[in-house]
Design a protein around this ligand. Structure first.
Ligand code: GDD
Ligand code: MN
Length: 363
C-alpha cells in the first residue's frame, strides 16, 4: 500500500527498489498505489508504470487524507500480507524481505522502527526529533511498541479483517495496534531517510489531530480510566476557579467570606458541569434535569468532605496520638485524602446517575 500525493519524482525508484528487494527474496509483490488525484500527475504515472511492474492504482477524487487512503488500499489489495509504506523513500524497501519473513515466522504485525537498536532517523532537526519522542510518550500506555508512530508496517490481513478502524488519525499503525487482532508484534530497525524530493504533507494541524486520536484510543481501550482522569482534570481546574472567585469576592467585593465561598462553589461547579457534560460524558439528558442533579451530587460531596475531614482530623488524630502542634500540616494531608475519596464518590454517582444516558463515542 503506497499512499501518494504529489510523488511523481519518487514513484519509479520506489517501484524499482521494491521489486528488486522482493524478487531477490522470492516474494511475489503487488503494489497498490492510492492516489488522491495528485496535481503533479502521480496517478497517471502509476498507471504507466503498471506496464512494467505489478501495480494496482486506486484513484480518489481529491486529497482525502492518509488514513483513509491506507484503508482503501487494504480493500483493494489482494494478498494475505499487507504492507504500508510511504512513497517518498523514507521507508527503505530493502527491509521488506525481513519484515515479511517475520510475518511468515508467526508475527501478526511487524513495524519498521526508528527507535529500536539499529534504527535511526537521518537529517532530522532537533525539534522534529523531540516532537516525535513526545508523541511516542503520549501513546505509552496504549502499546509497548517503541515506534508506534511509524508509517512503515506489515501485517496479516486477519489483523484488520472485521475490525472497525477509525480513520481520524493519520497514525494508522497505532490505530491497528490498539484495535486490531494483534497478539505478536515485532519491530525491525530501519533508517528513516529524509525525503529527497517534494515536501511533507503533514503540517501543524496534525499535532492536534494526533492528541485527539490518542484520547480516542485511550477512551476505547480504557474508558473508565480516561473518564476518571478527565473528571479529575476538570475538578482540578474547578478548584482553581473556586479559589480565584473566593479571593475576588473577599478582596475586591468585600463580601463575607462564607457568601464568597458559596458563590465560588456555584461558579466552579457550573464550570465542572459544563465540561463534564459536553467533553467528558457527552450526555444528552435534558439540561434542566442534569444540572441540578450535578449540583446536588456536589453538595453531597461537600458534606462528605466535611464529615471525612472531621473524622480524619479529630478521631484519627487522637487514635494516632498526634498532638495539636502538628495539626496544620496534618489537616492538609487529611484534606488531600478526603478530596480523593470525595472526587471518586462524585465521579461514580455522576457516572451512574447524572450522566447515565451516555453512550461511548463510536466512529
Ligand atoms: N493518497 C494520499 N492522500 N496520500 C497522502 C496524503 C493524502 O491525503 N497525505 C500524505 N500522503 C502520502 C505521501 O505522498 C507519502 O507517500 C506518505 O503519505 C507520507 O506523507 P509525508 O508527507 O511524507 O509524511 P511525513 O514524512 O511527514 O510522515 C511520515 O513519517 C511519519 C513518522 O515520523 C509518515 O510515514 C507517517 O505515517 C509517519 O508517522
Ligand atoms: Mn515523508
Amino acid at each position: 500500500m503506497v499512499p501518494t500525493y504529489n510523488e511523481k519524482d519518487n514513484l519509479e525508484e520506489l517501484l524499482r527498489r521494491t521489486n528488486d528487494a522482493c524478487a531477490g527474496a522470492g516474494i511475489e509483490v503487488e503494489v497498490v498505489v492510492v492516489d488522491d488525484n495528485s496535481p503533479d500527475g502521480t496517478g497517471a504515472l502509476a498507471e504507466e508504470l503498471g506496464k512494467k511492474y505489478n501495480v494496482k492504482v486506486v484513484h480518489r477524487p481529491g486529497k482525502l487524507g492518509l488514513s483513509t487512503a491506507v484503508l482503501d488500499g487494504f480493500k483493494a489489495a489482494s494478498g494475505d500480507i499487507l504492507v504500508v509504506m510511504d512513497a517518498d523513500l523514507s521507508h527503505p524497501p530493502e527491509k521488506l524481505p525481513e519484515m515479511i519473513g517475520k510475518i511468515n515466522a508467526g508475527a501478526d504485525m511487524v513495524i519498521g522502527s526508528r527507535y529500536v537498536p539499529g534504527g535511526k532517523v537521518e537529517n532530522w532537526p532537533i525539534h522534529r526529533r523531540l516532537i516525535s519522542k513526545g508523541a511516542t510518550l503520549l501513546a505509552r500506555w496504549l502499546t509497548k511498541v517503541k515506534d508506534p508512530m511509524s508509517g512503515f508496517i506489515a501485517l496479516k490481513r486477519s489483523v484488520v479483517e472485521g475490525v472497525q478502524l477509525d480513520p481520524v488519525g493519520y497514525k494508522i499503525a497505532l490505530e491497528i495496534l490498539v484495535k486490531g487482532n494483534v497478539s505478536k508484534v515485532e519491530e525491525v530497525p530501519i533508517t528513516f531517510a529524509d525525503r529527497k524530493v517534494g515536501k511533507s504533507k503533514l503540517g501543524a494541524k496534525v499535532t492536534m489531530n494526533y492528541i485527539d486520536h490518542c484520547i480516542r484510543l485511550y477512551e476505547y481501550k480504557k474508558p473508565w480510566m480516561a473518564k476518571y482522569i478527565k473528571f479529575a482534570l476538570i475538578g482540578g481546574i474547578g478548584t482553581l476557579i473556586n479559589l480565584a472567585v473566593l479571593w475576588v469576592g473577599v478582596e475586591i467585593f468585600v463580601v463575607h467570606y462564607l457568601w464568597a465561598a458559596v458563590v465560588a462553589f456555584i461558579i466552579a461547579d457550573t464550570n465542572n458541569f459544563i465540561w463534564n457534560r459536553w467533553w467528558n460524558f457527552r450526555s444528552k439528558t435534558k439540561l434542566r434535569v442534569q444540572y441540578p442533579q450535578f449540583l446536588w451530587v456536589s453538595v453531597d460531596g461537600l458534606m462528605l468532605n466535611l464529615i471525612l475531614l472531621k473524622f480524619l482530623k479529630e478521631d484519627l488524630m487522637l487514635e494516632l496520638g498526634l498532638t495539636e502542634d502538628r495539626a496544620s500540616v496534618y489537616i492538609l494531608i487529611c484534606q488531600v485524602v478526603a478530596i480523593f475519596i470525595v472526587s471518586t464518590f462524585n465521579f461514580f454517582v455522576n457516572s451512574f446517575w447524572t450522566f447515565d444516558k451516555e453512550r461511548p463515542r463510536k466512529r
